[in-house]
Design a protein around this ligand. Structure first.
Ligand SMILES: O=c1ccn([C@@H]2O[C@H](COP(=O)(O)OP(=O)(O)O[C@H]3O[C@H](CO)[C@@H](O)[C@H](O)[C@H]3O)[C@@H](O)[C@H]2O)c(=O)[nH]1
Length: 476
């Protein structure tokens, strides 16, 4: 019987891509494993019809591409479920309620796989916690794949302790510094958005996830040791969990999405080909980053005044976020014409991995999503940190204060970033001594990321240990 590893992403293309990359990474070094990725079924009712995660036809196309390029990864679709309960939060619906409704099917599927192969490990996406109880009921070694960094992992594992020691919601504590082992003091207002309010269901969800993670067989993190040494030491020494015993941590990153996932070339890459080396600042804000029309106008003015070359991904402001942006309406009058020799605006989505690794790109204004951070570090591109949602404000603290690979942007009281502020930071990144130092630091981490992945490097060793552990597992 072959050795099988089952991966379970939560819905949505971003989560699927991360799991596919994890699967490919395991196969690259340990090709004898078979990798099955379970795909949550779409609800049969139309109650969920507005959810972007379930109408993404691009996910099917993506899976087809993976099937043809990496046939050793199998996608297994769980049977459809019939009902989705009403939920107050689409996040909870996606990541908790729907996975929970799929638990019976999941149970059956894992049992079936164990009958035909040696099921060595079940790896759950951090956002798919509802399945933890299934795995523990049928006694399969269960791991969590944490798609953000070790510092964010330290915070999440520390949540039950914080919950006990801090008696108010973080949202009511202003900038009060919160102490977390392995991290610099984090202002309460910079805590991840989902846990700011202790009275909502999301907070409870993450608290439960933290408790389950601490009981799992191990935690896989998309990072590398020398990038987040302090947090990793705190985690490994058991300082982040209530009983002082953390499950083994495997830092196996950086896992970077393969470029050109759907095989289409993008016109912005041609434009980059004609720009001078390291001259372009790239502005891109993850899979969900959106700005108001007012903010977009400020950004345009800041970029124009900075005099720097730029490549900017623009989306339509909420609520019509799926609509193609009308650039003539959204951007200042004459902006596109005036900047046509220096700038390139892409609507909706750019091939970020390819852009960042292009020789002409010399800086990155980012929302601090962890994949974006790792993608920039892996190719040595310095950043300007502009966090928007999720745990990105927390990431900004490490990027700017600890790793010193990014410059921080100041927001005004109403949350807007002014044109002057953006201009100042972009100029600073490209023209100042501080910018030069940030560039040097990130180039240093690029080297360390390469070393970590090489044979004998920390991430390679971590993956080898994990594979050895799986091979030794007696569960059959
Ligand atoms: O125009 C675009 C926009 C994004 N991307 C890619 O999309 C991914 C975006 O990932 P990430 O930077 O991590 O941002 P989010 O999509 O916002 O990711 C969520 O998941 C991350 C990992 O858990 C968290 O760190 C973030 O805060 C959370 O918002 C990256 O691979 C980008 O290369 C593109 O290729 N083109």
């Amino acid at each position: 019987m072959e050795d099988a590893i089952v991966l379970y992403p939560s819905p949505g293309r971003g989560h699927l891509i991360s799991m596919v990359e994890l699967g490919k990474h395991i196969l690259k070094y340990h090709p004898s494993f078979s990798i099955t990725i379970l795909i949550l079924s779409k609800p049969n009712t139309n109650t969920n019809s507005t959810s972007p995660n379930y109408v993404e036809s691009s996910t099917d196309q993506y899976m087809a591409t993976v099937n043809s390029t990496t046939p050793s990864i199998t996608f297994h679709h769980l049977p459809p479920i019939s009902k989705v309960p009403p939920s107050t939060s689409s996040f909870l619906e996606m990541n908790y309620l729907i996975p929970r409704l799929n638990n019976q099917n999941l149970h059956q599927t894992l049992k079936t796989i164990s009958q035909t192969s040696k099921l060595r490990a079940f790896i759950i996406d951090f956002f798919c916690d509802a399945s933890f109880e299934v795995a523990s009921n049928i006694d399969i070694p269960t791991y969590y794949f944490f798609t953000s960094g070790a510092s964010a992992l330290a915070l999440f594992l520390y949540m039950p302790t914080l919950h006990k020691n801090v008696d108010k919601s973080f949202k009511d504590l202003g900038n009060m510094p919160i102490d977390i082992p392995g991290l610099p003091p984090i202002p309460a207002s910079d805590m991840p958005v989902g846990i700011l309010n202790r009275n909502n269901q999301l907070y409870e969800y993450f608290l439960n996830t933290a408790t389950h993670m601490a009981k799992s067989n191990g935690l896989l993190a998309n990072t590398f040791e020398s990038l987040e040494t302090k947090a990793i030491v705190a985690l490994s020494n058991g300082l982040c969990v209530p009983d002082g015993v953390t499950p083994p941590i495997f830092c196996i990153g950086p896992l970077i999405s393969s470029s050109n996932q759907d095989g289409d070339a993008h016109e912005c890459l041609n434009w980059l080909n004609s720009q001078p080396s390291r001259s372009v600042v790239f502005l891109c804000f993850g899979s969900m980053g959106l700005f108001s029309a007012k903010q977009l106008k400020e950004m345009a003015a800041g970029l124009e005044n900075s005099g720097q070359r730029f490549l900017w991904v623009v989306r339509n402001p909420p609520p019509d976020k799926e609509k193609e942006p009308n650039l003539d309406e959204l951007l200042p009058k004459g902006f596109l014409e005036r900047t046509k020799d220096k700038g390139f605006v892409v609507k909706q989505w750019a091939p970020q991995v390819e852009v960042l690794s292009h020789e002409s790109v010399g800086g990155f204004v980012t929302h601090c999503g962890w994949n974006s951070v790792l993608e920039a570090i892996s190719v040595g591109v310095p950043m300007v940190a502009w966090p928007l949602y999720a745990e990105q404000r927390l990431n900004r603290v490490f990027l700017v204060e600890e790793m010193k690979v990014a410059l921080g942007l100041k927001e005004m009281e109403d949350g807007l970033v002014s044109a002057e502020e953006l201009e100042k930071r972009v100029r600073e990144l490209f023209e100042s001594e501080v910018g030069r130092e940030v560039r040097e630091r990130v180039l240093g981490f690029r080297e360390e990321a390469m070393v970590a992945q090489k044979e004998g490097g920390s991430s390679h060793v971590a993956l080898t240990k994990l594979a050895q552990l799986w091979k030794q597992t007696q569960h059959e």
